[in-house]
Ligand binder design. Sequence first.
Ligand code: ADP
Length: 229
Amino acid sequence: MTDKSNEFLYRMSRHLRQELADVQKYVNDLYSIEELEDYVGVKDSPIEYIQSALAPLIGQVNDFQDYAETVTGKMELDLLDVDVHAMLDGVMAIADQLAEANPAVRLEEDIEENLPTVEGDPTRLSQALLNLLHNAFKFTEKGTVTLRVTREPNNILFEVRDTGIGIAEENQELIFEPFETVLEDKDDPRLGFGIGLKIVEHIIDLHDGETWFESKAGTGSSFFFTVPL
Ligand code: ADP
């Protein structure tokens, strides 16, 4: 895309994000209106319907905004000394929910003890891991998804491994290309916008780390990234 359309995407997604945040706020306000008590917490009531429709929409617009920040160079990190174990606790709490929604897939962790702190943005690093974990669950029908974290001489190495559909060799060069998916069926519910991995790669680039993957069709995939010590 040209610089101009990237800039347009940035402004459009920022605008949509602000508008949706307002809508979310108004919906939240409905919960304190006494007259609406009978609708709150009731499955399929209009309030609950709007609430559950809003969540994925906000997630999608956030992805568009992050992608736009990626391609316009506007993404900025909030650098801190990151306690990796504390960060992984937060990530695993969400990954547990993904596992609950996919009973045929077991979530495993293989996390080295006493990992040192790293300089980084814990929100962005968690986002990168969760993106990979989401994909791992999305593309694995049964088996395991494993989060492995180890210390290397100059880095912390993060790996998300799955026993899912894998990626055929001829498609592997497309994986980090934006808007690409290698799913054949364009009605496949797993079809996304093909920007998640580009965002992960950019977040890790900003941390001076590296991102790569290994995969075999029918066997599974491993996505890796490093964060320098
Ligand atoms: P999307 O939002 O479409 O999932 P991504 O950038 O996260 O976008 O991924 C791009 C494509 O890479 C996916 O559509 C899928 O074809 C492939 N892919 C990503 N992760 C995996 C995985 N763990 N196993 C198999 N294919 C994957």
